[in-house]
Design a protein around this ligand. Structure first.
Ligand code: UDP
Length: 374
C-alpha cells in the first residue's frame, strides 16, 4: 500500500486536487492523506477547510501556517517546518503538490530534501507575478510532472526534465466542470443568497511584482466596475502580498446593491455560477482557464495572467477604469458553440491513476538528471 499525501493551501489548488484524491481513495493500493494549511484555515478567506471536510476524505491533517500578508517567505518557512514534521512521522511514498503557491513550494522542498518522491500537478504553465517563479522552482524540486498539455510538457523539457517523468493528463478541474456533480443555478444562487437575475463574476488578485501600483489598480478597478450598469458577484482575492488593499475596497462596496460580496465559493457552486454568468472580469485564472470552456466571455485585467493563454473569448486590458467601462460595453454574446480543449477533456483523474499504477514511476531515479535539449 502506497501512502500518498496531497498538500493544499487554497481553494485554487483544492478544486484541482480533489478529483485526483477521489479516484485514489477508491483504490486498495493507495492510502491518501491531506495536509491542509494556508487560506483554508483563515476565517477571513471563508475557512474553506469546511469544504474539504464535506468531501468525506480520510486522513485530513491541518497545520496553521499564519499567512500574514507581508511575509510570504515566512509563510513558506513555517509551512516547511510544519510539513517536515508531518512527513517524518507519516513517511509517505509520494507527496503531491499543485501549481504555484508557497505551500506547493514548501511541499516540494520538504519532499525532495527528505528523498521522498514529489509529484507536481500543472507545472510548465506561464503567468505573471511571483507565481511564475514559484511554479518553475516547484518543477525543479519535483520528480514527477502531471501537466495539462503538450506546450507545458515542452517547457518542462526545456527546463531539463526527462521525458519519462512527464505525463500529459489535462487539467483536473475540467473533470469537475463537466461532471454531473454541479448544483443547479437555483441551488447555487439560493445557497449564496445572490439576488440578481443576470450578473458577472468579479475577482481581482494582487500582483505581487507590481505592489507599488496596487493602490491605484484597486481604485481603477472599483471606479471601473461601479461605472458600469452591471450586477457583480465579487469574490475575495487570495492572500498574496497586497491583498489587504483589495479587501479594504471590498468593504466599501458592502452596501452597494449592485454587488454581492463573498470570501469564497465552493468549487462546484463557483463553476455553476461561472457557467451562468454574463462574463467574468478581473485577473483570476478562472477567466482564462475555465470560462472559455463554458463560452463565457472574459475581461482579463493587467499582467497577472500574462502569457497564459489567448483565446477568442478573452479581452485583455490594462487596469484602467475607462478601459474596464469600454470592455464591458463591447462584450460579445456568449459563445456556446465553439469548443476549446487546451487543458484536456475531463479524464485527468483516470490518466493520473493509470500513471500511478505503472510500477516504473515508483522506481524513477530520485537523483534527478538535467537533460540538455540540444
Ligand atoms: N474558485 C473557487 N471558488 C471561488 C473562486 C475561485 O472554487 O470562490 C476556483 C476557480 O474555479 C479556479 C480556482 O479556484 O479554478 C482558482 O481561482 P482563484 O481566482 O482563486 O486563483 P488563481 O488560480 O487565479 O490564483
Amino acid at each position: 500500500m502506497k501512502k500518498i499525501v496531497f498538500v493544499t493551501g487554497t481553494r485554487a489548488d483544492f478544486g484541482k486536487l480533489k478529483p485526483l484524491i477521489q479516484i485514489l481513495q477508491n483504490q486498495s493500493d493507495f492510502e491518501t492523506y491531506l495536509f491542509v494549511t494556508g487560506m483554508h484555515l483563515n476565517p477571513l478567506y471563508g475557512y474553506t477547510l469546511l469544504e474539504i471536510e464535506k468531501t468525506g476524505f480520510n486522513n485530513i491533517h491541518t497545520f496553521e501556517n499564519t499567512t500574514c500578508e507581508t511575509t510570504m517567505e515566512l509563510t513558506l518557512a513555517k509551512t516547511i517546518e510544519g510539513f517536515s514534521s508531518f512527513v517524518k512521522q507519516l513517511q509517505p511514498d509520494l507527496i503531491v503538490v499543485h501549481g504555484d503557491r508557497v505551500e506547493a513550494l514548501a511541499g516540494a522542498i520538504v519532499g525532495s530534501l527528505n528523498n521522498r518522491l514529489v509529484a507536481h500537478i500543472e507545472g510548465g504553465e506561464l503567468s505573471g507575478t511571483i507565481d511564475e517563479l514559484i511554479r518553475h522552482a516547484v518543477t525543479k524540486m519535483s520528480h514527477l510532472h502531471f501537466v495539462a498539455n503538450d506546450e507545458a510538457k515542452n517547457r518542462l523539457l526545456q527546463l531539463g526534465e526527462i521525458a519519462e517523468s512527464i505525463a500529459v493528463i489535462g487539467s483536473p478541474d475540467v473533470d469537475v466542470m463537466f461532471s454531473n456533480e454541479l448544483p443547479s443555478l437555483k441551488v447555487a444562487k439560493n445557497y449564496y443568497e445572490i439576488p440578481f437575475q443576470n450578473y458577472a463574476i468579479a475577482l481581482f488578485h494582487p500582483i505581487t511584482t507590481e505592489i507599488n501600483l496596487m493602490p491605484d489598480y484597486v481604485k481603477q478597478w472599483i471606479d471601473g466596475l461601479t461605472a458600469t450598469d452591471k450586477k457583480y458577484l465579487m469574490i475575495y482575492p487570495n492572500n498574496d502580498l497586497g491583498s489587504s488593499i483589495i479587501l479594504d475596497c471590498c468593504q466599501t462596496l458592502k452596501e452597494n446593491p449592485n454587488f454581492r460580496i463573498l470570501p469564497s465559493v465552493r468549487f462546484e457552486y463557483f463553476l455553476t455560477l461561472l457557467k451562468n454568468a454574463d462574463f467574468i472580469i478581473g485577473n483570476s485564472s478562472a477567466g482564462v482557464r475555465e470560462a472559455p470552456y463554458y463560452g463565457v466571455p472574459t475581461i482579463n485585467i493587467g499582467t497577472r495572467q500574462q502569457n497564459r493563454v489567448n483565446l477568442m473569448d478573452i479581452q485583455n486590458i490594462d487596469c484602467k477604469s475607462k478601459q474596464i467601462v469600454s470592455a464591458v460595453a463591447e462584450l460579445k454574446e456568449k459563445n456556446t458553440t465553439e469548443t476549446v480543449q487546451p487543458f484536456g477533456n475531463g479524464n485527468s483523474a483516470a490518466l493520473f491513476l493509470k500513471s500511478l499504477e505503472d510500477k516504473a514511476i515508483w522506481n524513477i531515479n530520485h537523483q534527478k538528471q538535467f537533460r540538455d535539449i540540444y
